[in-house]
Design a binder for this molecule. Structure first.
Ligand code: PHE
Length: 344
C-alpha cells in the first residue's frame, strides 16, 4: 500500500515537473513534493513507528524516490533557466519611475529645524530643559515669587504628585524661559544659546490660542552684551527666516526676569510696513518678549552680582509658522488633519 503510494507520488511528481512552463510553477512543485510538509517527507518522518522489516523496505525506497524527484527537478530547472530570454529580462533604466509616496516632517518640525539652522549659523548652541518642570525654574528663579501677579498671566497646569508639596511643586512649564537658570547653573558666560521647546498654558483655545504650543528662547550673556545686540540679532534672524528685510520695534513692557523689558514687533511680513489687513494697518506684527536679563536671575544661577550682562527673548514657533505660511488657525497644527499636513 505505502509502496504503491510512493510510486504514485513519483509518477505524479515527474509529470507535473516536466509540464511546468515557468520557474514559478517549478518552485511550487518543489514545495509540494520535496518540501518539509510534503507527503514523502511525512512518510520518512513516520518510519520510526514501523516494524524493522517495514522500515528496511520503505526507508530506502522513499529516499531513492525523493532523490529521483529532486534530480529530475534540478534538471528541469536548468532547462527552464537556459530558456529564459535574458534580452527581455533587461531593466530599462531610462523608463519613468513609479511615484513612491512617503511621509514627511510636520510643518512645525520643519519650521523648528529652519530656525535652529539660522541660529546655529550665527554661532548659537541648542539647549533644552524638561517639559515637566519644577516651580522653582519656571517661576521663583526667574524672579517670580509665589503670589507674584505675573503668575496669573500664565495660567499653569500644576501636576499632582507626592513631591508636589511645599516649595518644590511641579508643573508643565509655561515658557521656555524655565530653561534659563537650569543652563546657567551649569555653564558660564560668555554663551549664546537657543532653547526650542513645547510649553503649556491652561487657557481656552481659539484660532489664536492653544493650551500646548512651542516657543524659542534665546539667551546671550557676556561682559558687555546689550539691547543693540539684541536688535541686530533679531533683525538678522527674522530677515533670514522670512527671506526679506525685516525691521524690529521695541515697546516697553514688563517681565520680572528682564529689566528693562520689552515686547517686540517685526515689520509686517505682508506689506513691509505700509499697513494692510494682516497688520491691521499698523505696519507691525507682535512677535514676542525680550529684555536685559535681570540681575536677580543671574543671582539665582549663582553668578556674582553685576559681573555679567545679557539679553533674553522668547517667541512662539506656531505664530511664526502662521505668518510665513499664511495659516489662520493655530489649532490646525495639532489637529492631525492630513489635508492640512500634506500641504507643507
Ligand atoms: N517667557 C516670556 C513669555 O512666555 C517671553 C520672554 C522671554 C520675555 C524672554 C522676555 C524675555 O511670555
Amino acid at each position: 500500500m505505502l509502496e504503491q503510494e510512493i510510486f504514485n507520488i513519483k509518477t505524479e511528481a515527474l509529470k507535473n515537473i516536466s509540464h511546468s512552463s515557468s520557474i514559478e510553477d517549478l518552485k511550487f512543485w518543489r514545495v509540494q513534493y520535496l518540501g518539509r510538509k510534503s507527503r514523502l517527507n511525512e512518510i520518512l518522518k513516520g518510519l520510526k513507528d514501523f516494524s524493522l522489516e517495514k522500515r528496511q523496505k520503505i526507508g530506502p525506497l522513499a529516499n531513492t524516490i525523493k532523490k529521483e524527484i529532486a534530480d529530475f527537478w534540478e534538471q528541469k530547472n536548468r532547462e527552464l533557466e537556459r530558456s529564459i530570454d535574458w534580452e527581455k529580462e533587461k531593466i530599462d533604466i531610462t523608463a519613468p519611475g513609479k511615484k513612491v509616496s512617503g511621509g514627511h516632517l510636520h510643518i512645525l518640525t520643519q519650521v523648528q529645524n529652519e530656525i535652529e539652522d539660522i541660529f546655529i549659523a550665527m554661532g548659537f548652541e541648542i539647549a533644552d530643559g524638561p517639559e515637566v518642570e519644577k516651580e522653582y525654574y519656571n517661576f521663583n528663579a526667574l524672579n517670580i515669587p509665589p503670589h507674584h501677579p505675573a503668575r496669573d498671566s500664565q495660567d499653569t497646569f500644576w501636576l499632582k504628585s507626592d513631591e508636589n508639596k511645599g516649595t518644590d511643586k511641579i508643573l508643565l512649564r509655561t515658557h521656555t524661559s524655565a530653561a534659563q537658570v537650569r543652563y546657567m547653573e551649569k555653564n558660564f558666560p560668555p554663551f549664546r544659546i537657543i532653547v526650542p521647546g513645547r510649553i503649556f498654558r491652561r487657557e481656552a483655545t481659539d484660532a489664536t490660542h492653544e493650551h500646548t504650543f512651542h516657543q524659542f528662547e534665546a539667551l546671550v550673556v557676556g561682559d558687555d552684551v546689550n539691547m543693540r545686540h539684541f536688535k541686530h540679532l533679531a533683525e538678522e534672524f527674522f530677515s533670514r527666516f522670512f527671506g526679506k528685510k525685516i525691521k524690529i520695534r521695541l515697546r516697553p513692557s514688563y517681565f520680572p526676569f528682564v529689566e528693562p523689558g520689552f515686547e517686540f514687533d517685526i515689520s509686517c511680513t505682508v506689506c513691509g510696513g505700509i499697513g494692510c489687513a494682516a497688520c491691521k494697518k499698523t505696519g507691525w506684527l507682535e512677535v514676542g518678549g525680550a529684555g536685559m536679563v535681570n540681575q536677580e536671575v543671574f543671582r539665582a544661577a549663582g553668578y556674582l552680582p553685576r559681573q555679567y550682562q545679557g539679553f533674553a527673548w522668547g517667541f512662539g514657533i506656531e505664530r511664526l509658522a502662521m505668518m510665513k505660511y499664511k495659516i489662520d488657525d493655530v489649532r490646525l497644527f495639532h489637529s492631525g488633519d492630513l489635508r492640512f499636513i500634506r500641504q507643507f
